[in-house]
Design a protein around this ligand. Structure first.
Ligand code: F6P
Length: 357
């Protein structure tokens, strides 16, 4: 039998454990051994390599329901240009490849997003080891797959937040601003905004102006409803092209906080009492939704099947109600933003939701 490694890399999300569980089940079906590498590629840098044996005795129980990743993860350090404590940068790729060899693995399953896949692909090429990828990201910004693990749960958390903001908004006649994650893609904001009955949805793909947001809020008030829900994706841009980093004067922090700025501007422009909620990492740590569990399970099984078939350098993907696999390099190349002519953008416009444009 084979011995395969599995690791989670980059930001965590709901459903990672469901992927691991499914892969272990499928591997057990083939009579293979599975080693879980701890803390992503960091585990392979460690000597001895940090890993744990995964089998049906330790993955079944409650694992599919648990958020996070039992293996731990990292988004620290590209091993090809690894930031050392002394401030220098070092190529540590050979150490990682050495770690992989130390475990005597026949193949590796990497659960990651675009950044992790780019690194894992490069390592696999250099080390000559077989690798397959499972897409995960709450942002749903990976190309070549309709969904990534973690997205559905993040949307569900954001919708739940809107469900809870609506009654308090209505009771106090307030404008409630909800800032959600998503990096440079507005998928979470768009889906959650529609499902949660938002009046305004701001996404990075559609630049906004405060005047147009204010006009929409006045229109809502004119219709006799004295509250409004506004969803703001974390990396929105103004019509003049001013991005979040400039507005927030960047610093180390990438995103997080633009909601406060927009809330203040809305209050100034409309006179409405405005409150802001920044949802943040709550979107990542939830119990996976049924949909995420299904996608994760299907992906975990298919990833192991790819190894059985000797098909490598592929990413499992969701397409047209099923699981397929695509070249991992194609997935890395395509950053999947919200398309302006997509069904959900049309739906939002059809519902007279304003994008602030
Ligand atoms: O990519 C997932 C994500 O949660 C983004 O939505 C967000 O911008 C970022 O990661 C947050 O990163 P960190 O967990 O490092 O703060």
């Amino acid at each position: 039998g084979k011995r395969i490694g599995i690791l989670t890399s980059g930001g965590d999300c709901a459903g990672l454990n469901a992927v691991i569980r499914a892969a272990v089940h499928r591997a057990a079906g083939y009579g293979w051994q599975v080693l879980g590498i701890v803390e992503g590629t960091q585990g392979l840098l460690h000597r001895p390599v940090k890993y744990q044996t995964l089998d049906l005795g330790n993955v079944d129980g409650n694992m599919m329901r648990q958020g996070g990743t039992i293996l731990g993860t990292t988004n620290r350090g590209d091993p090809f240009a690894y930031p050392m404590p002394d401030g220098t940068v070092k190529d540590r790729s050979d150490e990682i490849i050495g770690g992989y060899r130390e475990l005597g693995l026949d193949a590796l399953i990497g659960i990651g997003g675009d950044g992790s896949f780019a690194i894992l692909h490069k390592l696999a090429q250099k080390g000559g080891f077989p690798m397959v990828g499972v897409p995960k990201t709450i942002d749903n910004d990976l190309g070549m797959t309709e969904v990534s693990v973690g997205y559905d749960t993040a949307v569900a958390v954001a919708v739940e937040a809107l469900d809870r903001l609506q009654p308090t908004a209505a009771s106090h006649q307030r404008v409630m601003v909800l800032e959600v994650m998503g990096r440079d893609a507005g998928h979470i904001a768009l889906a959650a905004g529609i499902a949660g009955g938002a009046d305004v949805i701001l996404i990075p793909e559609i630049p906004y102006s405060i005047e147009r947001i204010a006009a929409k809020i006045q229109e809502v008030r004119g219709s006799g409803r004295n509250f409004a829900l506004v969803v703001v994706s974390e990396a929105v841009k103004t019509l003049e092209g001013t991005g979040v980093k400039k507005i927030l004067q960047g610093g180390e922090k990438r995103y997080g906080g633009i909601g406060d700025y927009i809330g203040e501007k809305i209050a100034d422009a409309t006179g409405a009492e405005t409150r802001v909620t920044v949802l943040g990492h709550v979107q990542r740590g939830s119990m996976p939704s049924p949909r995420d569990r299904l996608v994760a399970s299907a992906f975990g099984v298919h990833a192991v099947d790819l190894i059985a078939e000797g098909k490598f350098d592929r990413m499992v993907a969701w397409s047209n109600r099923g699981v397929i696999d695509v070249p991992i390099t194609d997935a890395i190349k395509q950053y999947a933003c919200v398309e302006l002519d997509s069904a959900l953008v049309k739906t939002a416009r059809g519902l007279s939701i304003s994008f602030g444009d």
